[in-house]
Write a protein that binds this ligand. Structure first.
Ligand SMILES: *[C@@H]1O[C@H](CO)[C@@H](O)[C@H](O)[C@H]1NC(C)=O
Ligand SMILES: CC(=O)N[C@H]1CO[C@H](CO)[C@@H](O)[C@@H]1O
Length: 277
């Protein structure tokens, strides 16, 4: 496993933030780091997720602004690295990707197809339990389903196990907690976003310009940009295909959100000519 921190220290950090959040707020005034809540205000968040609490959405009233901000405190580098433009673009990219993963939108939906992010908590008709039984490091618990859950639709035992270890829950025996606790749900998505899983870079490093392609990456056209983030998330199914509707949906969300953040999208939005990892 490629964690650059001990999971105990990591857990302690999150725990400390919760215990001492009021004193941290005081310190934050003197901190050179701008908290993400100054970039993504509640007002902006609400204008992005226009329909997440509609009766039509199974996740109605689950994903709140407050739980997103609280979860982000366990990932202090998220949305705080680089210039203001870079920070806004990273947050827009994260929100766009989780919106595609949980979308309730359709072509003629009210306010358009890209106003329906965070409509679902969990995968509706999973085709399997997403158990890779060849993975001995993160063995499946009998009867448990590792189907897509939460903003990033975390799937597979080999993601639930390490996500739980990093965040502080039993990902293998209690995967359902992601659908039951919205702070843990957002943490699971941010964990995926921030964590490099070799040979993939982290989505975070791609969006802040910290990605250094290997020879293999160059040969596979894996150039930095929003399209590479799509490749990290679901490239095996979606990349290397011209005009893929799922990739286009991700881009549609990203274009709408970058406009709301008032930043440009950057280059390389799709992964049509990239090989997957
Ligand atoms: C890389 O992109 C070019 C077009 O820009 C394409 O012709 C080539 O097949 C791509 N290579 C791979 C490995 O997909
Ligand atoms: C206590 C609680 O709310 N449990 C729910 C957790 O999420 C699963 C779905 O994954 C529900 O079936 C449980 O009722």
């Amino acid at each position: 496993m490629a964690f650059s921190f001990s999971s105990f220290g990591f857990f302690l950090f999150c725990f400390t933030v919760m215990l001492y959040s009021s004193s941290l707020r005081v310190e934050a005034r003197y901190s050179p780091i701008t908290p993400i809540s100054s970039i993504i205000t509640k007002k902006l968040f609400d204008s992005i997720f226009l329909h997440k609490d509609d009766t039509a959405c199974p996740a109605k009233n689950f994903y709140t602004y407050e739980s997103f901000i609280q979860a982000s405190k366990c990932f202090p580098r998220f949305g705080t690295s680089g210039s203001l433009t870079t920070r806004k673009r990273e947050i827009a990219a994260f929100l766009a990707q989780i919106s595609h993963e949980t979308t309730g939108g359709w072509a003629t939906a009210p306010d358009g197809p890209y106003a329906w992010g965070l409509c679902f908590k969990e995968e509706v008709s999973p085709q399997s339990d997403y158990c890779d039984s060849t993975n001995k490091e993160w063995p499946c618990s009998p009867g448990k389903s590792y189907k897509g859950r939460g903003p990033i639709q975390l799937s597979w035992n080999y993601n639930y196990g390490p996500a739980g270890k990093a965040i502080g829950f039993d990902g293998l025996r209690n995967p359902e907690i992601i659908s039951n606790n919205s702070v843990i749900a957002f943490k699971s998505a941010l964990w995926f976003w921030m964590t490099e899983q070799n040979p993939k870079p982290s989505c975070h490093n791609v969006m802040i310009g910290n990605y250094v392609p290997t020879e293999a990456d160059i040969a596979a056209n894996r150039t930095a940009g929003f399209g590479l983030v799509t490749n990290i998330i679901n490239g095996g199914l979606e990349c290397g295909i011209p005009d893929d509707s799922r990739v286009n949906d991700r881009i549609g969300y990203f274009e709408r959100y970058t406009k709301l953040f008032n930043v440009d999208t950057g280059l390389n939005l799709d992964c049509a000519y990239q090989k997957s990892f």
